[in-house]
Design a protein around this ligand. Structure first.
Ligand code: 5CA
Length: 437
């Protein structure tokens, strides 16, 4: 992509409404624009990152055997009346009436919708287990939308729903998601700690939140210090194996969100206790037959008896993750994207636009990178070098390649790694192989 053509409205000034780094940087880097309180448009640069995050989330969901579908954003109030949540959900739910005076709503989550799909189609225990997910926009009329897309009113969520015949099966489904979450967050360059959590309006009796520690986190959390040094990558998984001992490694250590904190246990931990602020990037729930009983989602068992299915639901805040990644990875100059989600891998800077040698060398490199499948943003604008460098640092692409007249005399360009700030002179021939390695 040529910068001169790319829709990338970066800002020099720090927008006054933004209180935390990620919100400031997303606005300055031209990634999002507010449409109304807690509702954002995703501009091309932000949208590219959102898609990359979505792709990793999807791959790790698929690896567990979960299947992707797509449910609508607008739901009928009827199914929420069946589950009893239509009244219980309160003012956070955006209620809509259609032209026939039917009560509709913009889905804040999809337990009812998926249960309705399941009960209409599945009859036999032989069709279990099943796990379905989608990546879809949600709406919650939050009292205090803030921190940009971190706590929005409209936000993108991955939500998965598991159906099992009995508790053991449901526990296995829960454990699969637990491990898949560790792998997902690791691939996103994050250290997410699984913590015992409150089940809130989703309900149920077993729940974990996946929490990134950050000063700007919304809530206070506490955990054993060991989590800081622990390998949270969820190693190579065979999801068919018994995952309980894998999961136990993590759940046997104290880690709790706000409402779940236990003064007794914390006292016993002494110096091993760490209290910090956290960002919730994922939340998994086991709630058994709460919805299947209320909505009559039953299957016929081996002896023909009717069995209410055991369910769980598993959410990841896909749009929130952009904010969380930036909170965890930025410096004074801007964002530092992990390779896995970066909007482009390389930023190519032509220091002297209009100079034939520079134009030719930069255009040539640009073509070769593209042909090798490397995503590259080529700054071909006739702008001061300082402006281009500042913009590149701000948008945080992992690599910068600087093409200038002095270097070209010796057939070299400068290669800078955004994260370490390390710069090296590299020959024109080898820069391509370095970036495609
Ligand atoms: N049905 C369950 C699991 S699918 C559910 O809705 N869980 S949740 O309420 O915990 O939301 C899942 C994830 O969505 C959260 O962990 C969080 O990362 C994200 N999320 C929740 N509310 C918001 C919001 N207002 N803005 C951005 N992300 C949010």
């Amino acid at each position: 992509m040529r910068r001169s053509k790319f829709f990338l409205p970066t800002l020099k000034e720090t927008p006054s409404e933004a209180q935390i780094a990620s919100h400031r940087l997303m606005l300055r880097a031209g990634m999002i624009r507010q449409a109304s309180a807690g509702i954002y448009s995703w501009l091309p640069l932000g949208f590219r990152v959102l898609k990359n995050i979505e792709a990793i989330v999807r791959e790790e969901q698929d690896a567990t055997g979960a299947q992707e579908l797509l449910m609508p954003t607008i739901q009928s109030a009827d199914i929420w009346r069946e589950s009893g949540r239509y009244d219980a959900y309160g003012p956070e739910m955006l209620r809509i009436r259609d032209r026939h005076d039917r009560d509709m709503l913009y889905g804040p989550t999809n337990e009812e919708q998926i249960t309705e799909i399941f009960r209409a189609s599945v009859r036999s225990y032989k069709d279990l287990p099943q796990c379905l997910y989608h990546i879809q926009w949600k709406f919650r009329d939050e009292v205090r939308p803030r921190f940009g897309i971190m706590r929005g009113r409209e936000f993108l969520m991955k939500d998965a729903y598991s159906f099992d015949l009995d508790y053991d099966g449901a526990k296995h489904s829960y454990n699969k998601m637990f491990m898949a979450y560790l792998r997902t967050f690791e691939r996103l360059g994050l250290k997410a700690i699984p913590m015992q959590a409150d089940t809130g309006p989703i309900g149920g009796d077993m729940s974990h939140e996946f929490v990134i520690l950050a000063e700007t986190g919304e809530s206070e959390v506490a955990c054993h210090k060991d989590f800081l040094s622990m390998d949270l990558s969820g190693a190579d998984m065979n999801y068919d194996s018994d995952l309980q001992s894998e999961v136990d490694q993590y759940t046997s250590k104290y880690a709790a969100t706000d409402e779940q904190r236990d003064p007794e246990q914390e006292k016993a931990l002494g110096d091993d206790l760490m209290v910090a602020r956290g960002i919730e990037v994922g939340h998994i729930f086991y709630f058994g037959t709460k919805y299947s009983k209320a909505m009559n989602a039953v299957v016929n068992g081996p002896d023909g008896e009717e069995i209410a299915v055991e369910m769980g639901s598993y959410g990841i805040g896909v749009s929130r993750l952009l904010g969380a990644i930036i909170e965890a990875s930025h410096d004074d100059d801007g964002i530092i994207w992990p390779d896995s989600v970066a909007p482009f891998k390389v930023g190519l800077v032509n220091l002297k636009v209009g100079d034939d040698t520079c134009d030719q060398a930069a255009a040539d490199l640009y073509d070769k990178l593209k042909k090798s499948g490397v995503s590259v943003l080529y700054d071909d604008r006739d702008e001061r070098a300082g402006v281009k460098f500042a913009d590149m640092d701000l948008i945080g692409l992992p690599w910068q390649v600087v093409v200038g007249p002095r270097g070209l005399k010796n057939d070299v360009v400068e290669l800078k790694q955004r994260r370490s700030g390390e710069r090296a002179e590299v020959s024109l021939d080898s820069v391509l192989s370095k970036l495609t390695a």
